[in-house]
Design a protein around this ligand. Structure first.
Ligand code: NAD
Length: 355
C-alpha cells in the first residue's frame, strides 16, 4: 500500500488520525490540515466509500479547504475534517457515535467537530456526551449563538451578492436586479427570501418541483427547469446546490455578470476560475462567501469553551465582514490580472503561514 503522505491530496497535513473501534465497528479518519490559527475545526462526514482510500482523500481535501475557509473568515481556528467510513447500509449506532466522541476527546481539543453530510444535530448531541470539542448543538431560541448553520450561511451569501452587485453593477439598490438561484434548500431558499425583501427579481430552480413552486409563489419569483438555470440570462447566478458545476462547457454557456453562491467547490477544477475571469464574469470564491455557517459554529464553540455565551448578534457582526473581504479579493484580482479564486487561495495561504 502506498503511504498516505504520497497521496496527491496530502498537503503537509499536521495530523491524520485513524480511529478503529472493534466493539462498535467504528472506522474514522480525523485530519487536521493546519492548526496555525487555532484548533482544526470542520464537520464530520458519515459516508459509505466503496474504496476507503476515497474516504482518506475526502478527509485530506476537505480539511485543507477548512483551513482556507476558517482563515479567510477571520476565525482563530485551523482546518480539520473527520470522515466516518460507513458500511453499505450506512449503519449508525449510538455506540459508534460514543466511540467517535471518545476519539475526538482523546485529541484534547486539537480537532473540533460539527455536522456535515450524513450527520444530524441529534448525532452531534450524542457525540457531545463524550467530548466538549463539539459544536453545532441545538439552541433554546433565546438569541444565543448556535443551532442550524444554514440561515447564517444564507445571510453571508446575501451580503456577498450585494457586495458583488455594488462592485460590478455599481449600485446599492437591489430592486429589479435579476438573481438566478440554483437550489432552494436550506441555503438557497434563505438567500432567495432575503433578496425578495429587497425587491430583487428572482428565477429559481430545484429538482424538488413542488418545494420550489411553493417558494416561488410566496416570493413572486419565476421557476425554470433545473437544466435551464445555468443559462438563464441574469445579473447574478447563485449556485446553492451541487459542487463542480462550473466547467468549460457550462462557463461558455453562462449568461450572467456575476457568480455568487454557497455551494462548496463550484469550480470543476482550479483553472476554471481563470476561465470565468477571462469571460469577464465576477466570481465570489465559494469558501469566502459561504463562511456564515462556520462562523456561527466556531463562535458558539469558542464562547462555550471560555465559559461564556455568544449571541446571534456576535455571529452576525463577523458575517458582516464577508463583503469587505470579497471586495479586497476583487480589487487585488483586478490590480494584478489574477482570477479571484487564485487571489483568495494566496491570501489564505499567507494567513496560515504557508505562502
Ligand atoms: P440542502 O440539501 O438543504 O439544499 C440543496 C438543494 O439543492 C435541495 O433543495 C436539492 O433539491 C437541490 N438540488 C440538488 N440538485 C440540484 C440540481 N441539479 N439543480 C437544482 N437544484 C438541485 O443543502 P444546503 O444546506 O442548502 O447546502 C447547499 C450547498 O451549500 C451545498 O453545496 C453545501 O455543501 C453548501 N454549504 C452549505 C452550508 C450550510 O450551512 N448548510 C454551509 C456552507 C456550504
Amino acid at each position: 500500500m502506498t503511504a498516505f503522505w504520497t497521496e496527491p491530496d496530502f498537503d503537509d497535513h499536521e495530523m491524520v488520525h485513524v480511529v478503529r473501534d472493534r466493539a462498535s465497528g467504528l472506522t474514522a479518519i480525523i485530519a487536521v490540515h493546519s492548526a496555525h490559527l487555532g484548533p482544526g475545526a470542520g464537520g464530520t462526514r458519515f459516508w459509505h466509500y466503496p474504496d476507503p482510500k476515497d474516504g482518506l482523500r475526502d478527509a485530506l481535501r476537505l480539511s485543507r479547504g477548512m483551513s482556507y475557509k476558517n482563515a479567510m473568515a477571520g476565525l482563530p481556528m485551523g482546518g480539520g475534517k473527520a470522515v466516518i467510513l460507513a458500511d453499505e447500509e450506512r449503519t449508525k449506532t449510538p455506540e459508534m457515535l460514543a466511540a467517535f466522541g471518545d476519539a475526538v476527546e482523546g485529541l484534547g481539543g486539537r480537532y473540533v467537530t460539527a455536522e456535515d453530510v450524513g450527520i444530524s444535530e441529534a448525532d452531534m448531541v450524542a457525540v457531545s456526551k463524550r467530548t466538549a470539542h463539539v459544536s453545532g448543538l441545538p439552541v433554546a431560541g433565546d438569541g444565543s449563538a448556535g443551532g442550524d448553520p444554514g440561515p447564517f450561511t444564507s445571510y453571508g451569501i446575501y451580503l456577498g451578492i450585494k457586495a458583488a452587485v455594488q462592485h460590478r453593477l455599481k449600485t446599492d439598490d437591489m430592486t429589479g436586479v435579476h438573481v438566478a438561484v440554483q437550489g432552494t434548500g436550506s441555503v438557497g431558499g434563505g438567500v432567495a427570501r432575503l433578496l425578495a425583501k429587497d425587491g430583487a427579481r428572482l428565477t429559481l430552480a430545484d429538482i424538488h418541483a413542488d418545494g420550489v413552486k411553493a417558494l416561488a409563489e410566496k416570493l413572486g419569483a419565476e421557476v425554470v427547469a433545473p437544466d435551464a438555470i445555468l443559462t438563464t440570462q441574469c445579473d447574478v447566478l447563485s449556485p446553492n446546490a451541487l459542487g463542480a458545476i462550473l466547467d468549460d462547457k457550462t462557463i461558455a454557456a453562462l449568461n450572467t455578470k456575476i457568480v455568487a453562491g454557497g455551494a462548496n467547490n463550484q469550480l470543476a477544477r482550479a483553472g476554471h476560475g481563470g476561465v470565468l475571469f477571462d469571460r469577464g464574469i465576477l466570481y465570489a470564491p465559494d469558501y469566502v462567501i459561504n463562511a456564515g455557517g462556520i462562523i456561527s459554529v466556531a463562535t458558539e464553540y469558542l464562547a462555550r469553551r471560555d465559559g461564556k455565551q455568544a449571541s446571534v448578534g456576535d455571529v452576525n457582526a463577523l458575517i458582516e465582514k464577508i463583503p469587505a473581504r470579497l471586495a479586497q479579493i476583487w480589487q487585488a484580482s483586478e490590480a494584478d490580472g489574477t482570477s479571484p479564486d487564485v487571489v483568495a487561495d494566496r491570501m489564505a495561504q499567507e494567513l496560515i503561514g504557508r505562502s
